[in-house]
Design a protein around this ligand. Sequence first.
Ligand SMILES: NC(=O)c1ccc[n+]([C@@H]2O[C@H](COP(=O)([O-])OP(=O)(O)OC[C@H]3O[C@@H](n4cnc5c(N)ncnc54)[C@H](OP(=O)(O)O)[C@@H]3O)[C@@H](O)[C@H]2O)c1
Length: 305
Amino acid sequence: LSVISQLQLPPVVLGCGNFGGIGSAPAFFGQGETEEQAFAIMDAAWALGIRWLDTADAYGGGRSETFIGRWMRATGNRPRITSKVFHPMSEGGDRGLGRSRVLRQLESSLERLGIDRLDLYLAHDFDPETPLEEVATTFQGLVELGLIGVWGVSNFSAEQLVRLLEHGRPACVQNSFSLLDRRDEQDVIPLCREQGIAYQAYSPLCGGWLTGKYRRGQPPPPGSRMTLRPEPYLHLDHDGVYDLLEQLDRRAAARGASMAGLALAWVLSRPGVSSAVVGPRRPEHLQAVVEARALAEVGREPVLP
Ligand SMILES: NC(=O)c1ccc[n+]([C@@H]2O[C@H](COP(=O)([O-])OP(=O)(O)OC[C@H]3O[C@@H](n4cnc5c(N)ncnc54)[C@H](OP(=O)(O)O)[C@@H]3O)[C@@H](O)[C@H]2O)c1
């Protein structure tokens, strides 16, 4: 029998990984969306009813949390917030999930955000140097102190999750999941369903690949992620992927939707997926969320085999 998950996540969460950088990579700290652009994206998301933001201490070297904190003070809006800990905040800075580091990083996240409690706090990655018992007791202790609502983990394999469950119970797993990254269907998603753990998909558009901006035999458009940080996606540049993208394009056109809208609808319709974290670069990109919501209302027919 599956346990009912205690954590109610909204279907769509706004990812703030592009604010002031490209995720946690120190080489891009200070780049990415400016504060003004980030405010415009958060305003547009709020107007669409998106009430949960996803960030991390290391996104933009702290800029993502700082921009969110300033936006909340400027607008009076108070979304729910996920933050994370693991990656260094500067080139060569310390990393990991050791107890004293997590406490220090949480304190600095709360300060940048200007709040006294996070709704969801995630271990941003598996840390081979910190015993899982220490990780579980540290995060559970933060819940008991009232500094976070619930905790979870990100980028964990099924095997790492099984080992973690011997020591504590995360409320959420946040992993990469999209039409072009279906690895978790094999084990992590079924395990989360069985254990009553919410599964949240990040990179539902596979970093932009599922929007149609990358075409067979053509160079990536200027300024796109493939021109800035291509390493995680180089394996996608082959015919099988372009065949799938062309199929997605045809099916989206048949429904009057964009590829991004249909790809997001696909993620949200997968059994066991509670929520997706989207990463728009500008307000217009949120049109994909509007389309995905409309497609979800049409029915739960499979959008691709
Ligand atoms: N836990 C983790 O380790 C982890 C890892 C990655 C992400 N995340 C979270 O998940 C969020 C989303 O991740 P992601 O940025 O990889 O998500 P994504 O939605 O798969 O990809 C975002 C990229 O797709 C392009 N894009 C998005 N919407 C578009 C649209 N409607 N039309 C055309 N292009 C569009 C942009 O590419 P261009 O930049 O090329 O314009 C954007 O940078 C992050 O902000 C972060 O909060 C978490």
